[in-house]
Each structure stands twice: as structure tokens, then as C-alpha cells.
Design a protein around this ligand. Structure first.
Ligand SMILES: Nc1ncnc2c1ncn2[C@@H]1O[C@H](COP(=O)(O)OP(=O)(O)O)[C@@H](O)[C@H]1O
Ligand SMILES: [Mg+2]
Length: 327
């Protein structure tokens, strides 16, 4: 994308979970780079491994996880870092926004305490410095009458306002990267649009890089310049978002796009992709999407396609079939 070094470089990340029923291969050989100020979407159905990618970067995986690969942050591997080190990077340099604002906020603490605690803890700020910073970010996320509302508790806000507070919390230390995991999924559609607009604005004003994790390609269109499509924990396609929408190179991406509601014709029926998500208890040896793919041929059930540049474009795709042959 740009000539500068990436701030985050995820290399051959694989995450599997030990369970009573054997290994679950949740994330398989995923690589991507993030540059300063970049907006990248990670898109895929529920269970495709999106959240585990984000959690691994912040050292928050469940205890039954085994990780391979690297996540280089300014050259240091986050996956190999001791907890004490990664705790310093979390919130301060890389912040996360979760889907459910209620679980991210403490119901018994005022907004002011929750916000300013972040900078008191991580940056050694005093209470009054913390309050000033809290006010600044509450203004940045457009919470009306911020000064009066600092003393309020989370339940006194609407769902949309609570998600603004969660975003404010992520911004407290001015992180270089925000991992936003389905930040609008719990909200109704009009509020979703407002929150996405707000994220875009804040992102531009502060130059923060954002990884936007979503199952909804519709959310990605106006927001992320680049998109990575995951299926069964593997990267199916990566592309500049415009190119992905204009000329999707992978049958799975094509299926996802057919499932995005058309704003110009809301009555048009959405084509859901038939079949169910892959069973992840076996290491992938062939294309995970083959059983649901209209374009699959015998080889697709036998060979694992590599992610390769797709002739003459900035896109890469993992598909054995020529683009011209896709339905
Ligand atoms: N602690 C765990 N033990 C076993 N399997 C897990 C664990 N955590 C997540 N998984 C599995 O990892 C896969 C990817 O999960 P996740 O990243 O949460 O999906 P997404 O965010 O894309 O919906 C899923 O199949 C999920 O069931
Ligand atoms: Mg998730």
C-alpha cells in the first residue's frame, strides 16, 4: 500500500484450540500488514476466526489456545511477549472495541471514573488531567453536554451513546491502532450508520489505524480502503475494497456480496449462501469453501489453494478456478 514500514505485521498466524473433541483449527496461516492510519476490514461469517485474530494480537486468547506465527508490532512479536509487556501496549498503543458496550463498561462506575482510570493507570495522569482528557474524548465522540454527563452511569445512556463511550475509552491513550470487533452489530441500523460515521471522523482526525471486524460487507463499503475475506479461518481474498465490490475474485466473496442488501432496491431478495460453515476440527487440506461452492471442481476438494496475486491487480485470492470461469 504505502512505502513506509507497517506498524503491525501479522505473519502466518494460526490459532487452534485444544478441546475434549480434539483440536479446533480456528485460524489458519493468516498474514496481513497494517500501516499507520490504514483502515482494514476483516470480513467473514460467524465462526470464521475474526475475533480470535484480534484477541491473539492483544494476548487475550483463551487458555486452551495454541498459537503459531508472529504479530510484529513496531518490530516486536506480540505473540511471544510476556503478559506484563503486552499489558503496557494494550489500551496505550493498541485498543479494542467490542461488540457489546454493556460488557465493556462497568455498570457501577461513573463514566468519568472509567474513562480517566485508563490514563491514570497507563499514563500516570492525575485525576484532574484524567478528567480533562475524558472531556476531550467525550467531545470527540460527540456526546452532548459531556461535562454534565461525566457523572452519569452507563445505564443512563442509550445503546448508541454507550457505544460512543466505549469508543471514547479506546481513544483515551491515543492508540496508533484500534481493533473494532463488530462495533455496531448490537445497534439498530440508523445508529449503526452514525457510529460508523463517527469512527471514520475520529479515525481521520487522529490518524488512528483501524481493523474493522464485521460479518456484514455492507458496513465496509464506505469505510475501509482494504478488505480481507476470511472463511474457515483462512484468507480467501484480500483487495482494495472498491476492487472487491467491483470485481470480486473469489466465489465466497461473490456469495457474500449477493447477501448484502441493495439500498436502491430493498425489496430484492438476498441470496444466502447455501450450506453450513466448515467443521474446523480437521486441519484444512483442501479449499474449505469447496463444499458450498457453485464453481468447485474435483481439484478444489483435494488441494489447498494458495493466496496469490490476481493478475494485474492489487488483489490476491485463494482459488484454483480462473476468475473468468466463475459464475
Ligand atoms: N476457547 C475456545 N475453545 C474452542 N474453540 C474455540 C474457543 N474460542 C473460539 N473457538 C472457536 O474458534 C472459531 C473462531 O471463533 P471466532 O474467532 O470467535 O469467530 P468469529 O469472531 O469470526 O465469529 C469458532 O469455531 C469458535 O467456536
Ligand atoms: Mg467474533
Amino acid at each position: 500500500m504505502t512505502g513506509a514500514d507497517p506498524i503491525l505485521s501479522v505473519k502466518n498466524l494460526s490459532i487452534r484450540f485444544r478441546t475434549g473433541d480434539g483440536m479446533v483449527y480456528a485460524v489458519n496461516d493468516v498474514s496481513f500488514d497494517m500501516h499507520a492510519g490504514q483502515r482494514l476490514a476483516i470480513v467473514g461469517e460467524s465462526g470464521s476466526g475474526k475475533s480470535q485474530i484480534a484477541l491473539s494480537i492483544l494476548g487475550l486468547l483463551a487458555r486452551n489456545a495454541e498459537v503459531e506465527g508472529a504479530a510484529l508490532w513496531k518490530g516486536r512479536d506480540l505473540l511471544a511477549m510476556p503478559a506484563a509487556e503486552i499489558n503496557k501496549i494494550r489500551a496505550r498503543e493498541i485498543a479494542m472495541i467490542f461488540q457489546d458496550p454493556m460488557s465493556a463498561l462497568n455498570p457501577y462506575m461513573t463514566i468519568e471514573r472509567q474513562l480517566s482510570e485508563v490514563v491514570e493507570l497507563h499514563e500516570g495522569m492525575s485525576r484532574s488531567q484524567g478528567r480533562a482528557r475524558a472531556l476531550e474524548v467525550m467531545d470527540a465522540v460527540k456526546i452532548p453536554d459531556a461535562r454534565a454527563r461525566l457523572r452519569a452511569y452507563p445505564h443512563e445512556f442509550s445503546g448508541g451513546m454507550r457505544q460512543r463511550i466505549v469508543i471514547a475509552m479506546a481513544l483515551m491513550c491515543r492508540p496508533a491502532l484500534i481493533l473494532a470487533d463488530e462495533p455496531t452489530t448490537a445497534l439498530d441500523v440508523t445508529v449503526q450508520a452514525q457510529i460508523m460515521e463517527l469512527l471514520a471522523e475520529v479515525q481521520q482526525a487522529m490518524g488512528t489505524a483501524i481493523v474493522l471486524i464485521t460479518h456484514d460487507l455492507g458496513v465496509v463499503a464506505g469505510f475501509c480502503e482494504d478488505t480481507l475475506v476470511l472463511y474457515g479461518g483462512r484468507v480467501m481474498e484480500t483487495a482494495p475494497t472498491r476492487a472487491l465490490f467491483r470485481a470480486p475474485g473469489h466465489p465466497y466473496t461473490r456469495g457474500l456480496l449477493r447477501a448484502v442488501p441493495n439500498i436502491n432496491d430493498p425489496s430484492a431478495t438476498l441470496a444466502a449462501i447455501p450450506g453450513s460453515p466448515p467443521n474446523q476440527t480437521h486441519p484444512p487440506r483442501a479449499c474449505p469453501f469447496a463444499p458450498r461452492c457453485e464453481d468447485a471442481v474435483t481439484a478444489c476438494f483435494e488441494t489447498l489453494p494458495m493466496l496469490e496475486p490476481h493478475a494485474g491487480t492489487a488483489s490476491r485470492r485463494a482459488c484454483l478456478r480462473p476468475v473468468e470461469a466463475l459464475t
